[in-house]
Design a protein. Structure first.
Lengths: 346, 346
DNA sequence: TTTCGGCACTCAACAAGTCAGGGTGCTAAA
DNA sequence: TTTAGCACCCTGACTTGTTGAGTGCCGAAA
């Protein structure tokens, strides 16, 4: 990519930029004449054809058939997004509306659902938000509730107001009093820590010499260990406006759509993909099959992680055709991530 | 419909039956010659055309254009399903497999998900299962957990092993001891009753003269009232294999599909529709727009309620094109409902 | 009265042909 | 290096003709 960057002079870059922008708005292969009509280049179609030939050799554009205009390749899009794109500041009005809408929701899942919906509504693409990592939440309270002889319901409340339930098997029967003791002990031990810290504390306690621990404490730690371990904690995501994607001609092949929706209901792949985006700092973009998943052949994914108290807890973004208005979508995703983070703080 | 039934002689009925069956398997408009080739009628194409003309006058079939064969109208399908259909007993092997697969799952949601998936897998249509009505579950245990000054987490465990959480606002702060008392009182009062009964009990207690109740009991009932009231108890459903529907040519118009999937993600309409089916006794069928929803223009819905301990708690079914193999689908839906009911009992 | 063969007619689907429009690459001149 | 000119290419839309499946109607036979 760097090579490409060097080999391209200013005019070629400008031309590529125009071409991609043009194709994004029109959806038609763009020819030399059309570009020449744009005053900002001021050269004849013939010259443009020369430049286009170069760009084609570099693999940035290609023509679907002999006598059609050119369209960007994935590589072309990539270069465009990385080096040529001038992002569009979203309208102030829209931002205010977005902020209010996300902020007004109450309850974690409400906030997230609304973020996803707004994202898809504004961009007319599919919006997706990964649920906040449970590990990042902080411990507020734990409680045990005996169900039967050897089964105990563990209730874990985190600071974001979420309640997690889990039924665990115990080796022996516990009395209410015992469970109450464990509750008190654990609540004082873990209060205010993040779940990640809680886990490490548990691990430590379990491995350390148990000299200074009495039986009650050992039991309590054991219970907590089982209750907090998230064996089944499958990540999840909220997807909105998937049907928006059906409106795009370039995806309108029924088998394309089918595969896409299969992936959506599968969720697994998307979750993995989003997980990868959590590592990144800011907005991240996958163009076409860059994601490594065949299904996204003609799709791009624009994501941004969202943070609560300076810790990245999840990702959000949009899925749309490769030919999407990156200049408007990117800042939108970026800002929505910020709003979501803020809304989750309270 | 009764009129139609009387006006049709045996031969016409037989002919209509053949025609519908033929169309269901082939998907092509069926003409007089094709039907005549079927030995079981033993009349010439010309005669068949006469009968067909009658059927067309009755609105049971129609031809898409002058020189094509005939296809059933919705009214034709309806008559076919009501009076002509001979259902196909499903294979023993399939049944066994189905039973095992549904039965082996553990956890209510697992069982339901698997029923939905199997339904869609076997029929190659979309499978749908409404979640069991919460009201039908029976009370096992209630617990209160103080969160803050005026907020209490209510945990309700039902006999099917489900745990329901709800955060309620209280008028004053309760001590742990007070909450413990309330817990004990309520558990002994409600133990083993269905949630519906619990609600009526609560209503009674609240309206009755509170002479013989002490403050603790009043508080407890109040807490329970808030905790059990399901203001937000939006029904839900599990949908599987929706993408199967994309494979059908008759639905493959992109805008059709889009509306359908919009309805799926909306859920609201489908839930209402299913709710209506819960009243019915056995298998119920909506053909085309009989459901009253435009979206299902070219779709049919085959449903059956499922029961736990002789009480109907939910509905399940499949959604597919009007042109579906009713003879195989209907018994399949029927039997799956039975298996699901059984599986939920344990 | 019902059934049937014959016949003219209709229409969709397909194939083949035509044509204009938009585009390209090459070449030679500025 | 840029440009105009030119030959050529390809698609898509339109026309035309043909084929085959299917119909409705009529008059004769049962």
């Amino acid at each position: 990519m760097h090579r490409v960057n060097q080999e391209l002079n200013e005019r070629s870059r400008q031309l590529l930029k125009l071409l991609v922008e043009r194709y994004i708005t029109d959806g038609q292969p763009v020819g030399s004449a059309a570009l020449s009509r744009d005053k900002s280049l001021g050269v004849s179609p013939a010259t443009i054809r020369h430049v286009m030939a170069d760009l084609e050799n570099l693999g940035l554009i290609h023509s679907p058939h002999t006598s059609a205009g050119r369209i960007p390749t994935n590589k072309g899009y990539r270069f465009f997004v990385d080096s040529l794109l001038t992002v569009q500041q979203p309208e102030q009005k829209l931002l205010k509306q977005l902020k209010i809408n996300v902020g007004q929701q109450q309850g974690r899942s409400q906030v997230i659902a609304s973020a996803s919906q707004l994202l898809s509504g504004i961009t007319h693409l599919a919006g997706v938000v990964s649920l906040p990592k449970r590990e990042a939440a902080s411990f507020r309270q734990i409680e045990f509730m005996p169900l039967s002889k050897s089964r105990v319901l563990v209730i874990l409340v985190t600071n974001d107001g979420e309640v997690h339930n889990k039924v665990i098997q115990t080796t022996r029967e516990f009395t209410s009093a015992e469970l109450q003791c464990a509750t008190n002990y654990l609540n004082s031990l873990f209060g205010g820590q993040s779940l990640r810290q809680v886990k490490t504390i548990i691990a430590q306690e379990m491995s350390e010499t148990r000299q200074q621990m009495n039986q009650m404490m050992i039991d309590a730690i054991n219970l907590a260990h089982q209750g907090v371990s998230d064996d089944l904690q499958l990540d999840d995501l909220v997807l909105s406006g998937a049907t928006n994607l059906m409106d795009f001609q370039e995806l309108s092949d029924i088998s394309n759509i089918r595969h896409l929706f299969d992936a959506f209901s599968q969720k697994q792949d998307i979750i993995q993909l989003l997980d990868r985006c959590m590592q990144a700092e800011g907005v991240q973009i996958f163009i076409g099959d860059e994601s490594g998943y065949q299904v996204f052949g003609d799709c791009s994914l624009v994501t941004a992680p969202y943070t609560v108290d300076n810790e990245t807890v999840g990702v959000l973004g949009v899925i749309g055709p490769t030919r999407m208005a990156y200049d408007r979508v990117i800042p939108m995703v970026d800002i929505t991530a910020k709003f979501l983070g803020e809304a989750l703080k309270s």
